[in-house]
Design a protein. Sequence first.
Lengths: 172, 469
Amino acid sequence: MQAAIFGLWTGFPPEVSSSGAARIVADKEVVMSAFFTKSMARNIFYGGTLFSVLLFLALTFHTNWRIPQRIPAAAPSPEVARGKTLWETRNCIGCHTILGEGAYFAPELGNVYKRRGPDFIKAWIKIQPTKTPGRRQMPQFHFTDQQLDDLVAFLKWTSEINTENWPPNIEG
Amino acid sequence: MQLHYQSQAVAKPYFIAAIALFVGQILFGLILGLQYVIGDFLFPAIPFNVARMVHTNLLIVWLLFGFMGAAYYLVPEETETELHSPLLAHLLFWIFLVAGALTVVGYLTVPYATLAEMTGNELLATMGREFLEQPLPTKLGIVVVALAFLYNIGMTILKGRKTAIGMILLMGLVGLAVFFLFAFYNPSNLVRDKYFWWWVVHLWVEGVWELILGAILGFVLLKITGVDREVIEKWLYVIITLTLVSGFIGTGHHYYWIGTPGYWQWWGGIFSALEPLPFFAMTVFCFNMVNRRRRQHPNKAATLWALGTGVMAFLGAGVWGFLHTLAPINYYTHGTQITAAHGHMAFYGAYVMVVLTIISYAMPILRGREANPERAQVLEMWSFWLMTVSMVFITLFLTAAGILQVWLQRIIPNPQPFMQVQNQLTMFYWMRWLAGVVFLIGLTVYIYSFFARDRPQTAEAREGQTATA
């Protein structure tokens, strides 16, 4: 009985197939091996992987050469860089997405500069947490005015990246 | 039953730690699930972002414990020699565990910005990027542990028999260590940052980790089915060829909307559309090997986990990945609950299940028996079904939430704001949370199965059988 239950659960009958069947399988395997051996499979693996890696590196090289043309200025300003550090050290990505990447608990911020504008963003950050019962809460970060400006500069810069028209609309 | 090589015993603490951290991961998952419906739950003690860091980082760390335990267990047997240094393996275990624990304590007790200040993030800013939130000392610790671990495994393979399973495992582990180095590259240009961030994340889970997965699965199938090594290793090469040929350029499915050139929509779309193939091959491989088995291994639970890995990895990583991998679809689904749905079933189906497979196979042997008593196996199989089915439901509920989210926020003529949409998804989030509770029950049964013995009358009957035989 136990064996039958095991069989049912694991998807195979409790008895091993007869030795005759095993022999047929083994014979088939010998025939198969003659066509396609393990060393052939290994060579295809090394060749295929090498090809893929090289192609990927070539595309990476080209992409990184093109990136400066797809961002607002050739290099982010010190303000933007400081804003990015604030973004990181407050772990914003633990709740929000930016260009669609991050956590899905709070709104997309890649285009928040265009959606809300600088003043709303700063005011919003300052009044957190809302403490509305049952509502998702954002911590208070006690930013200085300078830090708020840096953060907004980073969000503005991000909103001007050429993202192939993503997101589909202003709501993110 | 004796271990073939005494040094395989070092795998045991790794497996135990993996399971303990797994429990922590699930508990924080339940906190997160509740925060989705009761927004201020545990705020400000444990804000969502902190709970999420703990949830995802524990997952990564316990899977790494599982991979290392698997390597320590299978490499001596594959190379037919004792591990180069069991002492080093023990030492690394404690270093990694203490570093991991301190990191989690840091997340939970100190504001993240303070943690960054305390740990020298200004020397080299690496924190605050998804999954790579660890403070600099932890990241450096991971590198040290990985290098010492690779030295130990590498030296063992060097002096012993070189099998395809061993070499594929080693390639996967070396790749894991090499790609982690990109965690230290964080340019202020967000586009470049994201581009190379994926070299850790994508090239891990859709690249080199699949080599580790294949090697572990191949090893367990070899042991429980008794099928010829040549056949298994040939399959493995085919699987990992498909993995890396589709996976490297397939990284491009993350390069659609982050500021990288538009041609990635073609490169990424076409190659990532092939990513289900290695997983499908894995499914066929598992069932084929079990059907052709030449022995009847008494560890039925391990067989079930191996087959389950084949099926669920294909469903979670293959099918649910394919659902939203093509650019015209991803344009609408990118960064929604669809992504969360895929992430949950892919991680569970591929990596959680393969670690549970090797634990299921190796742990009884590490405890001095070929297989667990029948009652323990029945309980373990119950836990398999509870966890797997509840994960399927978690995925289905998140997918439903995702479809509705995409519809309301991105497709209808008057798209609604994020929070307004979220409020309409509450029912799905509640159902997801209940499925999560069932998962925790499954995990509890799983842990209990390690302590379960046969009832006295069953044990007596068994002994009587053995005596007459």
